[in-house]
Design a protein around this ligand. Structure first.
Ligand code: HAM
Length: 427
C-alpha cells in the first residue's frame, strides 16, 4: 500500500474538517465571552525578533524557541507566547489610547516542547489582557473572563478550579521568614517545584540555595503545605508588607464573590508561574481531577511594557490553550457532535434537467441556503445515497414530468415525506 513519503512534524496537528470543527467551536466560544466583557480583538505577526523573548519571558520559554537567522541576517523566533508582542504593539501606540486597554487575541503559538499529554509544539491560545489599570478590580475582571470562558462550554465548578497566589504576598512572606531580596527568585523557583519534588529536596534547596536556617526553612514549607491563608502565623500576618498583600487578595476575592464566581477560586500559595515577568496576583486553572496540565495561566505583569521600551503601564492577563481544554471537554462529554449538514441536495432524473438544477441551486445559494448536487450523471439511487452522506435536510428531485408543470419534488429526509411544489415557491 502506498503511503505518503511526508510525515507531519512531531507535535504539530492537521485539522481535517471534524477536528477543525472543534477548534472553531473553541475559538468562537472564546470570542463570544470576550465580547461580553467589552474586549477588542487584535493580532500581530507570528515571527518576531529573537530578543523580544530573551530575558523577558524567562529561561524555560527561551529554551523552547523556534529561532533562526533569516536571509537578512536577523535573529528571529516564531512567537512562543503573545504577551511580549502585545507589549511591543502597545509600546508604539498606548500613549495615544484611553485606558484601560482591554484586548484579546487567539494566536497560534510555537514552543519546541517535549511532546506529552496536553503539550504540543503548536497550540492556539486565547489571550486576554487589561492594560493601564493597577487596581485589583482589573485582576478580578481578568480571572472572571477566564472562568466564564470555561463555563461557556458547559464546564462547572465540578470540572475546574482557579488556583490563585500573589507574588507580592509570596515575597513578603519569604522576607518575613528571612529570605534576602537577592535570593527571592531562587526561592520562587523552589516553591514552583513543590508539587513535583519530595519535601526533603525543597528543604535542602531552601537551606543551601536560599540561605535559610533549617528550622526557618521547615516553618516556611509548612505555610505552603497548608495551601490556604488560614494557617498563616499571627506575627507574620501583622508584618506590614504581608498585611497589605493579604488585604489586596481579600478585595480580589470579594469582587469574585460579588460576581458569583467565588466557588471557582482557591487560594494556593504554591502557584508561582514559570514566566519571569509576573509581579502580582498569579493564577492557573486546572481540572478538579488534576489529571491534566494547566488549562490556563496568567497574572499581573506591571513592568513588562516599560521593559520592551513602551509607556510604563501596569497590566494583567492570561493565556488559555486549546489543547488541554480540548482534552477536558472530551473527558467531560462536552464536545458537540460534528455537524456537516446542508439545507438541500438536488437530484436530477436525467441530464436534460441539469441546467434547471444549476439555476435552482444558484438561486437558493443567492438566498443564503447551502446546496450541493452530484457533479456528474449518476443513477437516482446513487444520488440519494450521496444526499444522505452530505447530511441534506431536504432533497429536491427534478424530473421531466414535474418540470413540464413548473414543479419539483421535495423530500424531507428525516420523515421521508414527499410533496410537489412550484419552482417559483422555492426561489
Ligand atoms: P503559559 O502558562 O505559558 O502563559 O501558557 C498559558 C496556557 O497555554 C497554558 O496553561 C496551556 O493551556 C497553554 N500552553 C502553553 N504551552 C503549551 C503547549 N506547548 N502545548 C499546548 N498548550 C500549551 C503564557 O503564555 C502567558 N503569556 C499568558 C499571559 C497572557 N499572561 C499574561 N497575559
Amino acid at each position: 500500500m502506498a503511503t505518503s513519503a511526508f510525515k507531519r512534524l512531531p507535535g504539530f496537528r492537521d485539522f481535517p474538517p471534524e477536528d477543525l470543527a472543534l477548534r472553531s467551536h473553541i475559538v468562537e466560544t472564546w470570542r463570544r465571552v470576550s465580547k461580553r466583557y467589552g474586549l477588542l480583538e487584535y493580532d500581530g505577526p507570528p515571527l518576531e525578533s529573537l530578543d523580544l523573548y530573551v530575558e523577558k519571558s524567562g529561561g524555560e520559554i527561551v529554551g523552547q524557541l523556534y529561532s533562526f537567522t533569516d536571509k537578512g541576517d536577523r535573529e528571529v523566533a516564531l512567537r512562543p507566547e503573545m504577551t511580549p508582542s502585545l507589549a511591543r504593539i502597545l509600546g508604539d501606540r498606548s500613549r495615544a489610547m484611553s485606558k484601560p486597554i482591554r484586548w484579546f487575541s487567539v494566536p497560534q503559538l510555537f514552543r519546541y516542547e517535549r511532546q506529552q499529554r496536553g503539550r504540543l509544539r503548536e497550540h492556539f491560545q486565547w489571550n486576554v489582557d487589561i492594560v493601564g489599570e493597577e487596581d485589583v478590580a482589573a485582576d478580578a475582571e481578568v480571572l472572571a473572563v477566564a472562568i466564564d470562558g470555561l463555563r461557556e462550554f458547559g464546564l462547572t465548578a465540578d470540572h475546574f478550579r482557579a488556583r490563585v497566589s500573589d507574588r507580592r504576598l509570596l515575597s513578603a512572606l519569604m522576607k518575613a521568614f528571612g529570605v534576602e531580596e537577592n535570593a527571592l527568585a531562587v526561592a520562587f523557583g523552589v516553591i514552583d517545584k513543590l508539587e513535583r519534588v519530595p519535601r526533603e529536596t525543597s528543604l535542602e534547596a531552601l537551606v543551601k540555595d536560599v540561605g535559610l536556617e533549617i528550622s526557618r526553612a521547615d516553618a516556611l514549607l509548612e505555610i505552603f503545605d497548608a495551601v490556604s491563608l488560614e494557617g498563616l502565623p499571627e506575627d507574620i500576618i501583622k508584618s506590614g508588607e504581608v498585611s497589605t498583600a493579604l488585604a489586596r487578595v481579600q478585595t480580589y476575592l470579594g469582587a469574585l464573590e460579588a460576581m458569583g464566581l467565588r466557588e471557582y477560586v482557591e487560594i494556593d500559595l504554591r502557584i508561582v508561574r514559570g514566566l519571569a515577568y509576573y509581579t502580582g496576583i498569579v493564577f492557573e486553572l486546572f481540572d478538579t481531577g488534576r489529571d491534566l496540565r494547566a488549562i490556563c495561566g496568567g497574572g499581573r505583569y506591571d513592568r513588562l511594557l516599560e521593559l520592551v521600551g513602551g509607556e510604563p503601564l501596569p497590566a494583567v492577563g492570561f493565556g488559555m490553550g486549546d489543547v488541554v481544554l480540548g482534552e477536558l471537554l472530551a473527558d467531560s462529554g462536552l464536545i458537540p457532535e460534528f455537524d456537516r449538514s446542508i439545507d438541500y441536495f438536488i437530484v436530477t432524473v436525467s441530464s436534460d434537467e441539469r441546467a434547471e438544477a444549476l439555476r435552482i441551486a444558484h438561486a437558493l445559494r443567492e438566498n443564503g441556503r447551502s446546496v450541493a448536487y452530484p457533479l456528474r450523471d449518476q443513477s437516482l439511487a446513487k444520488q440519494l445515497k450521496a444526499a444522505v452522506r452530505e447530511g441534506a435536510g431536504q432533497v429536491l428531485i427534478i424530473g421531466p414530468d414535474e418540470l413540464a408543470r413548473g414543479c419539483v419534488t421535495l423530500r424531507e429526509m428525516e420523515s421521508g415525506v414527499e410533496h410537489e411544489l412550484p419552482v417559483s415557491e422555492l426561489e
